[in-house]
Each structure stands twice: as structure tokens, then as C-alpha cells.
Design a binder for this molecule. Structure first.
Ligand SMILES: Cc1cc2nc3c(=O)[nH]c(=O)nc-3n(C[C@H](O)[C@H](O)[C@H](O)COP(=O)(O)OP(=O)(O)OC[C@H]3O[C@@H](n4cnc5c(N)ncnc54)[C@H](O)[C@@H]3O)c2cc1C
Length: 173
């Protein structure tokens, strides 16, 4: 198939994660039919990876489609009935936290650390600190140093945060 300029293009995409699949999809939609995706793994999807655990499907990576307009994941999945249009704007996100014994934390503690994440950690760009970890530790100590019911979870929470950040960003934090 020709491009708009009449040049026959042979295109190679490296990686069959969402970016590679979206790029290939757009290219096909625009008439490029000589597209090859190279993938190092034995599956497609990259960091979006669903597998079976017993009777359940588990997402080991991405699981939320953030937004509909201009979102390639939504555009790909919606016509196949895999994801619905949202009727309501996202108003509230509810976190639940459990300790390592599986006990749900007290609602005051849960709410406090959930707010801590959204107020300080998410999208943190404070340049005074070398890393999100250093920033979060200082802020946690400052905010909860005198609240023993929350402060006792300090190390567990910071460990959880480190794991969360490294899986989401896939980079040193
Ligand atoms: C735990 C977790 C939860 C997440 N939750 C969400 C979520 O809810 N919503 C959301 O929107 N995002 C989420 N993300 C982020 C989302 O998964 C990534 O933004 C997305 O996968 C990035 O897509 P990508 O195609 O750019 O890269 P990747 O998904 O990393 O895909 C890259 C692909 O390229 C392949 N590759 C790399 N190098 C080569 C090579 N040299 N040759 C051949 N193949 C190669 C890799 O094997 C991989 O398959 C989450 C990520 C993680 C880890």
C-alpha cells in the first residue's frame, strides 16, 4: 500500500506493548499494510499483562483505562465490547490498605495515608529532594511523627510505596 506521497513503506516496530500495537493500528488505518512488530517476549501486551490464577483473571500490570477521548486503549477495546463508555465522571477514588497479616487498617489510618499519597506523592515534583522516596520519607515523618497509630506503619508504608513506584515507573526511584 502506498503512503500519501506514493512511497511504498516497509515499517518495523520494536515492541508489542500498547505503544507498538497502537502505532501498528494507526498505520493500518492510514493505509500502511507492510508493518512488522518485533517482540522479545513470547506474548504481546508489554507491561499490560493478564493471566489466569485458578478461576480468576489477574492483571499483573496495567488494568485501568484512563479516559476515553483520544485514548488508543479505549478506541481499540470499545468497538469489541471489551470496555464500556463511562456514564459518570470519576469523583472519588477509594483506597483500601491491609497489613501483612491481612487485617484491614483502621479507617482513620487508611484515609490519612490515602490522602498522604494524593497530596504529596502522586505527581510530586519537589526538586529539593533527590528521589520520591526521600521526599515521601521526610513528608511522612513530618506529617505523622506525632500520630503513633499511623506512624507505627511507617516502614511498611514506605516499603509499599517503593514497590508501587518502581513497578509504575519501571525506573530507579
Ligand atoms: C504494575 C503496573 C500497573 C500499571 N497500571 C496501569 C494502569 O492501570 N493504567 C495504565 O494506563 N497504565 C498502567 N501501567 C503502565 C502501562 O503498563 C504502561 O504505560 C504501558 O504498558 C507502556 O506501554 P509501552 O508499549 O510503551 O511499553 P511496554 O508495555 O513496556 O511494552 C514494551 C514492549 O517492548 C518489548 N521490547 C522492549 N525492547 C525490545 C527489543 N529490543 N526487541 C523486541 N521487543 C522489545 C517488551 O518486551 C515489551 O513487550 C501499569 C504498569 C505496571 C507495571
Amino acid at each position: 500500500m502506498n503512503t500519501k506521497k506514493g512511497v511504498k513503506a516497509k515499517i518495523v516496530i520494536v515492541g508489542a506493548g500498547p505503544s507498538g500495537i497502537a502505532a501498528a493500528s494507526k498505520l493500518f488505518q492510514n493505509g500502511f499494510d507492510n508493518v512488522t512488530i518485533l517482540e522479545a517476549e513470547n506474548r504481546i501486551g508489554g507491561r499490560v499483562y493478564t493471566d489466569q490464577l485458578g478461576d480468576y483473571s489477574i492483571d499483573f500490570g496495567g488494568q485501568w483505562v484512563h479516559g476515553e477521548d483520544g485514548n488508543m486503549a479505549f478506541e481499540l477495546a470499545n468497538p469489541h465490547g471489551l470496555i464500556d463508555k463511562s456514564n459518570e465522571p470519576w469523583t472519588e477514588f477509594v483506597d483500601t490498605y491491609y497489613d501483612s497479616s491481612g487485617n484491614r487498617l483502621d479507617s482513620h489510618v487508611e484515609k490519612s495515608i490515602s490522602n498522604f499519597f494524593s497530596d504529596h506523592v502522586q505527581n510530586s515534583q519537589d526538586k529539593r529532594f533527590k528521589s520520591i522516596g526521600e521526599y515521601a520519607t521526610k513528608m511522612f515523618d513530618q506529617q505523622f511523627g506525632s500520630e503513633s497509630d499511623i506512624f507505627k506503619f511507617r516502614d511498611q508504608y514506605l516499603y509499599h510505596l517503593e514497590r508501587h513506584a518502581t513497578t509504575m515507573k519501571s525506573a530507579e526511584t
